[in-house]
Design a binder for this molecule. Structure first.
Ligand code: 3H9
Length: 697
């Protein structure tokens, strides 16, 4: 029987079953909330019904509040009202969980008398990932069910737990391998004889006599991870309220803190990031029904730092992969590094010994290119040098089977030129992995002019399968990420030449929330990488007339100061601890170069440092959009958050500028342009947006 489109119910013998019908994830949108309350009322009035099962149709139990409703006026009943109605039900209710009961979904389940689950279920309160805190009783009910420590850990990390853990912590009462409804029916029937059923909000044994120190310990523990962020701290405060206020007052406190978070930039930025990441998967000219090539085996050519990391991605999801090197010695060295990386994870307790063995067994080494002949995808990860890559693709073309995707891992090189060295450019695509490739989430996928839609769609799908966040880029020098980064680094050097200290530039960027400042990043990645690219640019006659040409960056490379790997770069590094130390000599080098170039030196404040670096990214991002090398501004934000250590909670470089006000951004850029015309190319796309008072996309 149907109640409304979003919630249905049926009665089997003496049990009513309420079913959420809101695909794809049963988000608790207005119609669902209304449907839940109405359905419960009907089942309460139905004399035949003695107990109730709450379940979600499709792939999951309710995966949380409907995030797309955030920021709009809430239509009643709100989620707290729904949960109260369920908690006050005179007939016992069991929440039968599967998929991902997250956020408001888990909060609703905790408002039921019992919870049972399929073994594959993942339960969690991920609200901090959206810059909010659980706002429908999660901070008050979870501590009562699972204890303070578990609640703090789940709520501040946002990471879902598995059912074994949930059972042990008291969040659920039973686990089933299959037949969820049949098992839930038996479960609730076995409880009908009881006079009273547990109500989470009425219990208090797990929240009594708590030493307040635990909250300080947790605040300290998360300080580094959530640098600059507020919601995780508010979450701790809300959980603390569960121990020193009664349930109703605790809920009020939670509401108050939820509202503060809900209206924050932190939250709007993280929600922007959530939807942007999913939007990036949608390619307007590639229909949903495009054929996807199945990928069951892979080859990676080159087992250096990148190749090894790339191979691990395949093994991690059970795809057998052959890694190929040109000598046994290089292969052995590469395989040893892969093994060491996995063993590191084992030693941290994040991987079992058998899992390690299983992953290693999926990675096979070879020194002969013939090994690629049967695989579904080849990722070439040899040295970043065009002649070498072209030679390699000529050989790959001769050996790879029909329909094999031929991917090149490059950060800047022309995909079309590489594709031309094969007889099948439609199958050639760029896959720009970020180092360390087994850790970094971003995968910049670069379409050449001849890459087929099938190959693009299949590579996007593959990226998701290997747990990457893919962004599609066009084939321009540096694609999206590095083309922008190049301008950002150039700007950092200009600032240093004009008088800002290297350490101050890095400090401002770090304090803004980036993982590292531009100079520290270059030291980590290796200053020789950019040096090589600049030499290539020079050879190609690019950027010849520019006043700022990263002179000091070239000079330190000439001195062999490649960065962390040589213990010296823009900083000096302790060989053992990797601790960095400021080297005044570097600032003196910038001063000397400024003198030679006739650049006047002055004091530059933090605000100018931040804005020049931020708008250098934004202006270049706008150029990339104007030229069609990125599909949307939000794709650029995803690129920066997942590949460059940009703080997610600032929304990405484009969103940050938009929040600041594009008109003000443009005015500042025009001011900077007066001093440095060649650093601030005019971008008509940005100018038009401002003129027409429009936003990105
Ligand atoms: C909350 O509950 C607050 C409460 O404490 C208090 C309230 C008062 N809402 O990720 P997918 C869309 S906060 C709206 O590709 P998967 C998503 O945009 C919420 N839409 O699937 C996508 O749309 P499209 C706490 C949502 O299988 C489609 O569903 N909950 C929501 O890879 C498929 O998503 C969360 O934070 C939503 N809540 O992963 C859970 N969730 O197809 C957030 C998804 O148009 N969600 N969509 O691009 C997730 O983590 C994953 O989506 C999930 C499924 C693991 C559930």
């Amino acid at each position: 029987m149907s109640n409304n489109q979003a919630v249905e119910y049926e009665v089997i013998e003496n049990i009513g079953i309420i079913k959420g019908m809101n695909p794809p994830v049963n988000a608790l949108s207005y119609l669902v909330r209304k449907g839940l309350v109405n359905t419960l009322k009907e089942l309460t009035n139905n004399q035949k019904v003695e107990g109730i099962i709450l379940i979600g149709d499709g792939k999951t139990f309710f995966a949380g509040a409907d995030i797309s409703e955030f920021g709009k006026p809430i239509q009643e009943p709100d989620l707290n009202q729904v949960i109260n109605t369920f908690e006050e039900s005179e007939k016992p209710i069991v929440a039968a969980l599967h998929g991902t009961p997250l956020g408001g979904g888990l909060e609703l389940a905790m408002g039921c008398n019992y919870r049972v689950a399929l073994s594959s279920t993942k339960l969690g309160l991920p609200e901090v990932k959206l810059g909010i805190i659980p706002g429908a009783g999660g901070t008050q009910r979870l501590p009562r069910l699972a204890g303070i420590e578990k609640a703090l850990s789940m709520i501040t990390s946002g990471i879902p737990i598995n059912t074994k853990d949930a059972l042990k912590s008291g969040v659920i009462e039973e686990i089933y391998e299959d037949a969820l409804i049949a098992n839930a029916l038996n479960f609730i029937k076995s409880k009908l004889h009881l006079e009273r059923h547990p109500i989470v909000s009425k219990t208090s044994d797990k929240i009594s006599n708590i030493d307040n120190q635990i909250f300080e310990v947790f605040s300290k523990k998360i300080e580094k991870k959530y640098r600059g962020r507020k919601s995780p701290l508010y979450a701790i405060e809300a959980v603390k309220a569960s121990t020193n206020l009664d349930f109703t007052e605790g809920l009020k406190k939670e509401r108050e803190l939820f509202k503060i978070c809900h209206g924050s930039k932190e939250s709007s930025s993280l929600i922007h990031m959530f939807f942007s990441e999913r939007q990036a998967l949608k390619i307007p000219d590639i229909p949903k029904e495009t054929k996807i090539l199945s990928i069951n085996s892979a080859a990676v050519i080159g087992c250096g730092t990148m190749g090894g990391g790339i191979a691990m991605n395949f093994a991690n999801v059970g795809i057998p992969v052959v890694v190929i090197e040109n000598s046994q010695a290089s292969l052995d060295k590469g395989m040893k590094i892969i093994e060491k990386n996995y063993l590191n994870t084992v030693s941290k307790g994040r991987m079992s010994e058998s899992d390690f063995k299983n992953k290693m067994s999926l990675i096979r080494g070879a020194t002969n290119l013939d090994s690629i002949s049967s695989v579904d995808v080849v990722v070439e990860a040899v040295f970043e040098e065009m002649t070498l890559k072209k030679e390699m693709f000529e050989r790959i073309d001769k050996l790879a089977k029909e329909n094999c995707i031929l991917a090149t891992n490059t950060s800047t090189l022309d995909i079309d030129e590489i594709a031309e060295s094969t007889s099948r450019p439609a199958y050639v695509i760029g896959t720009h992995f970020f180092s360390p490739a087994n850790v970094m989430k971003l995968l910049e996928i670069v379409r050449g002019k001849n890459t087929s839609k099938e190959v693009i769609a299949s590579t996007m799908k593959l990226a998701k399968n290997i747990k990457k966040v893919p962004v599609l880029a066009g084939n321009c020098d540096g694609f999206i990420g590095n083309r922008m980064f190049h301008e950002y680094v150039r700007q950092a050097h200009a600032l240093a030449e004009e008088g800002a200290k290297v350490a101050d530039i890095d400090r401002v960027i770090y304090e803004f929330g980036w993982a590292m400042g531009p100079f520290a990043v270059n030291d980590l990645a290796g200053n020789d990488v950019g040096w090589r690219i600049r030499k290539r640019h020079k050879k190609e006659g690019k950027y010849d007339n520019l006043r700022y040409t990263s002179t000091v960056a070239d000079q330190i490379c000439e001195l062999g100061r490649y960065g962390q790997k040589t213990d010296r770069g823009f900083y000096i590094y302790d060989t053992q601890t990797r601790q960095k130390q400021i080297d005044p000599e570097i600032d003196m080098m910038f001063e000397k170069v400024a003198k030679e170039k006739g650049i006047p030196r002055r004091n530059i404040d933090d605000n100018e440092i931040l804005h020049r670096l931020s708008w250098a990214l934004l202006n270049t991002g706008c150029m990339i959009l104007q030229e069609g090398f990125a599909l949307r501004a939000s794709d650029i934000d995803v690129t920066y958050a997942y590949g460059y250590g940009y703080p997610h909670w600032r929304g990405g470089p484009m969103q940050y500028g938009q929040d600041y006000g594009l008109k003000k951004v443009l005015e500042e850029i025009e001011g900077f342009r007066e001093n440095n015309p060649d650093m601030w190319p005019k971008c008509s796309y940005l100018e038009e947006l401002v003129k027409e008072n429009k936003k990105f996309n």
